[in-house]
Design a protein around this ligand. Structure first.
Ligand SMILES: NC(=O)c1ccc[n+]([C@@H]2O[C@H](COP(=O)([O-])OP(=O)(O)OC[C@H]3O[C@@H](n4cnc5c(N)ncnc54)[C@H](OP(=O)(O)O)[C@@H]3O)[C@@H](O)[C@H]2O)c1
Length: 187
């Protein structure tokens, strides 16, 4: 079981624009060509912050979506928010706030022998990192720069650095980079 922050980012380290747009991301390549299908098969539980959840509501599942679809995850999901957000009928979603440690414990228990996915954003992934709970960072680096936006991981991790495990080109649009968090930063 690993806890993985798996995300796409621009070359200059942003996972969304300031106004939460991902329009820059989709033209870069087909999801099916990336590691995502293999990755998601091994996910047993996932967590996201409220901006990410609200993006899903606006663009995927909610009535505002151009072509509303079902909630895409079969795995139990935890959404971090200090507010009351609309639930999605039929989706296994738990709304939580505050300390990530008890939530992580519940996620690990739910995941069984599968992995825990921190979907984002970067600050939430940072909260898991701060508690020694993040094992890997898996980034699909897109061939674009945004100049500004929502940060990939607003933490200084320098000494020891992350350990690069693998690099893979996915067409001209993505480089997939997989890193391990140094063992002395993991509990
Ligand atoms: N490129 C990609 O592959 C990718 C992946 C994931 C996300 N995204 C996008 O990137 C953007 C991420 O937005 P973001 O950086 O703002 O991050 P986010 O983690 O999605 O949302 C941050 C918000 O979550 C809530 N939150 C976080 N930690 C909390 C805690 N411990 N307790 C209670 N509430 C907590 C807070 O809002 P409230 O308390 O006000 O609710 C906080 O402002 C979104 O647009 C998303 O769609 C992109």
């Amino acid at each position: 079981m690993k806890t993985q922050y798996y995300t796409a980012a621009s070359l200059d380290g942003f996972i969304a624009t300031i106004d939460d747009s991902l329009e820059w991301l989709f033209p870069l390549g087909e999801l099916e060509a990336t590691s995502y299908p293999t990755f998601i098969r091994e996910v047993g539980a996932l967590a996201m912050g409220s901006s990410t959840y609200e993006w899903m509501l606006r663009h995927v599942v909610g009535p505002e979506a151009r072509r509303p679809q079902a909630w895409p995850y079969k795995q139990p999901a935890w959404v971090f928010t200090s507010r009351t957000l609309p639930a999605i009928p039929g989706a296994d979603i738990r709304f939580v706030r505050g300390d990530v440690r008890p939530v992580h414990q519940a996620m690990v228990a739910a995941a069984g022998d599968k992995n825990v996915w921190i979907v984002g954003g970067g600050e939430l992934a940072g909260q898991f990192y701060d508690q020694g709970l993040l094992d890997e960072l898996f980034v699909q680096v897109g061939s674009v720069t945004l100049g500004a936006g929502k940060p990939l991981l607003p933490r200084a991790i320098t000494s020891p650095p992350l350990r690069l495990i693998s690099v893979r080109a996915v067409g001209p649009g993505f480089a997939e980079l997989r890193y391990e968090v140094p063992s002395d930063r993991r509990s």
